[in-house]
Design a protein around this ligand. Structure first.
Ligand code: MSP
Length: 636
């Protein structure tokens, strides 16, 4: 394997949280990039994983009454499942609780010690448990961390320090010599200014945290979670064990991260690597955030968009396409369901999906289901072909800048041009007259080859639908570099018909009427809720009810239809608990019901009430009611 290598990584995600579209964004972009590079002939290694240690995970596990390892084992399943559904083809999924990682972190720490860059000292400062970091004096107001609003603690503890201050000069020099190290460019300047302002030594161990990797020879200290986490990029390659993977792929070509963690990747990580005497990654790419109504998605604001929810009424290609098409990398983007629906219906259902459908149907009707000869293109077709080849020639440059909105915008100009050609030339009309029939056949052959070429060029973004179309053309999937040229389809190739690739999507009613609280979208925090008086509270009619029947709702992965006996009447209640409760374990169970909630229609089923559940990071826990309480009893 003499080909060029390409190593791309995503951040490793915390396991105290369920994946949302912010996480999916980074991972989808990395997958698209990895697929493009493979298509272009690179030997690619694509790494993702989970960051399982640290105080946040420790605390989240305690709240649930389980061990941090159990928590990690459970949450990681959500990542595996989501990446599988979204078609993420990683080469390796690293978990920081794996022994291979632990060995690497301890060895890496030891290297820094040998270099004389680690010393023991006492650290005192404001510690923000939410951010798992000591935070600067200036970012604390009224005892709270300005960035996240959480209460900070004054902490003093013995700690190991890393001599980060030593690396100010070398880092600045490195940035100057490698302007492409930090992308996009605006972020480069941000980082340079930060380092120019001066670097203090960094505390790299904790005594207050137990859940982590112990400092070699001093197990009272646990290695700081960021030093632990960053090391994943080499531990996963087996650096500590002399694995040839490390030699082959390190240094990484790009660490793809959100702008929130740019500093860790552009300042701390290269300083650690310099100290350890290892090569530095070639690039850190810090993309913008997905926002919701202009605020960053976060659990405490309860404004998270779950990719699983999008997948309930759309498809993996749609999620991938939308994320890649809509987000400019150097700015934030606002998510809206309507924007999602409009974009995927217009581009995938209407422009691309219809084109596939019309073309294959016409080939079937007029050309015996085979690709006609297209060797004699007329002037207009030659012009389209030339433009398409230019587009193909520019693919790699877009990929290297992760400029997917531009790449796709131009791809769709071509898709629309092909649609325009069909509308204007009306091949079905040309077919009727023997004199114009050859023109029609050439046109259909030309359109098929043109659409094949576009399809190969966007396959990394929409691999499911593009793969299906290529299979209908009897082309290999995955395609490779050779398929990125004109003239691959030989005349006579059979073309299969099939169902629509991208049926139009409708937003489910519970999303269309976003004002109605869905049974699981209860904000998990009380921040921002006003005080109410007892009379207001008493307006809520809470009753004990018994679930007498429970069944899934067709086409919904999330919702169950429950029949609840309220003593004097039976109610039908739709609850978003399907991923967590099986219908058979619900029958006979007593629950608390909001009995005077206005009815709402969810996925076509009326819901006449709401069941109360505690919300733990989006996971509902139904409240327990003692069996002897009669149905219909008031709760207050
Ligand atoms: N565990 C650390 C990373 C360690 S890497 C050595 C961490 N984890 S995280 O679960 O909080 O994930 C952060 C990453 O998720 C961001 O850098 C970004 O890639 C992605 N996103 C999380 N929320 C996001 C948005 N709202 N928008 C876009 N991406 C975001 O930090």
């Amino acid at each position: 394997m003499g080909e060029k290598t390409f190593y791309i990584t995503t951040p490793i995600y915390y396991v105290n949280d369920l994946p949302h579209i912010g996480h999916a964004f980074t991972t989808v972009l990395a997958d698209i990039t990895a697929r493009y590079k493979r298509l272009l002939g690179y030997d690619v290694f694509f790494l993702t994983g989970t960051d399982e240690h640290g105080q946040k995970a420790e605390r989240a596990a305690r709240q649930r009454g389980i061990t941090p390892q159990e928590l990690a084992d459970r949450v990681v399943e959500n990542y595996y499942r989501l990446w599988e559904r979204l078609g993420i083809q990683y080469s390796r999924f690293i978990r920081t609780t794996e022994p291979i990682h632990r060995r690497a972190v301890q060895r890496f720490f030891q290297r820094l010690v040998e270099r004389g860059d680690i010393y023991k000292g006492v650290y005192e400062g404001w510690y923000c448990p939410g951010c798992e970091a000591f935070v600067p004096e200036g970012s604390v107001t009224d005892g709270r961390h300005a960035d996240c609003g959480r209460e900070v603690e004054r902490l003093q503890e013995e700690s190991y320090f890393f001599r980060l201050s030593r690396y100010q000069g070398p880092l600045l020099e490195y940035y100057r010599a490698h302007p492409e190290f930090i992308r996009p460019e605006s972020r480069y300047n941000e980082v340079v200014r930060f380092v120019e302002a001066g670097l203090k030594d960094l505390s790299v161990s904790r005594r207050t945290v137990r859940w982590g990797i112990p400092v070699p020879d001093d197990p009272d200290h646990v290695i700081y979670v960021w030093l632990d986490a960053l090391t994943n990029y080499i531990s996963a390659l087996g650096w500590a064990d002399g694995d040839p993977l490390y030699e082959r792929y390190w240094p990484a070509d790009v660490h793809l991260v959100g702008k929130d963690i740019l500093r860790f990747h552009c300042v701390y990580w290269p300083a650690f690597l310099m100290s350890a005497g290892l090569p530095l990654p070639r690039q850190v790419f810090g993309h913008g955030w997905w926002l919701r109504a202009q605020s960053k998605m976060s659990k405490s604001l309860g404004n998270i968009i779950s990719p699983e929810e999008l997948l309930e009424f759309s498809s993996p290609d749609m999620v991938r396409y939308y994320l890649a098409r809509e987000a400019p990398l150097d700015a934030d983007s606002d998510f809206s369901y309507e924007g999602y629906q409009t974009r995927v219906n217009a581009d995938l259902a209407h422009d691309y999906g219809n084109l596939v459908h019309r073309l294959t149907t016409m080939l079937d009707r007029f050309c015996e289901g085979r690709v006609p000869d297209y060797s004699r293109l007329d002037g207009e077709m030659v012009a389209v072909r030339t433009d398409l080849e230019t587009w193909v020639g520019r693919l790699e440059a877009w990929v290297d800048r992760l400029a997917y909105p531009d790449l796709l915008r131009e791809a769709w100009v071509h898709v629309q041009r092909l649609n325009g050609l069909i509308a204007r030339r009306e091949p079905w009309r040309l077919m009727r007259d023997p004199a114009t029939r050859p023109e029609a056949r050439t046109l259909l052959g030309f359109l098929t080859e043109a659409l094949r070429l576009i399809t190969v060029g966007v396959w990394p973004v929409i691999p499911f639908g593009a793969g299906t179309f290529l299979e209908r053309l009897h082309q290999p999937v995955p395609p490779d570099r050779r398929h990125l040229t004109w003239g691959i389809l030989s005349p006579g190739t059979p073309v299969a018909l099939g169902p629509e690739l991208y049926p139009r999507i409708e937003l489910p009613p519970e999303i269309r009427s976003e004002g109605i609280p869905s049974p699981v979208s209860i904000p998990s925090s009380t921040e921002g809720l006003a005080m109410i008086d007892i009379q207001t509270f008493m307006q809520v009619d809470l009753r004990v009810g018994e679930i007498v029947a429970a069944e899934p709702i067709e086409k919904s992965r999330k919702l169950l239809k429950l029949t609840v006996d309220l003593g004097t009447e039976r109610r039908q209640v739709v609850a978003g608990i399907a991923p967590y409760y099986r219908p058979e374990e619900l029958r006979g169970r007593k629950v608390v019901v909001v009995a005077n909630l206005e009815p709402a229609v969810l996925m076509g089923t009326e819901s006449q009430g709401m069941i109360l559940a505690a919300d733990v990071d989006g996971r509902p826990y139904l409240l327990e009611v003692p069996a002897e309480v009669p149905n219909g009893s008031r709760v207050r």
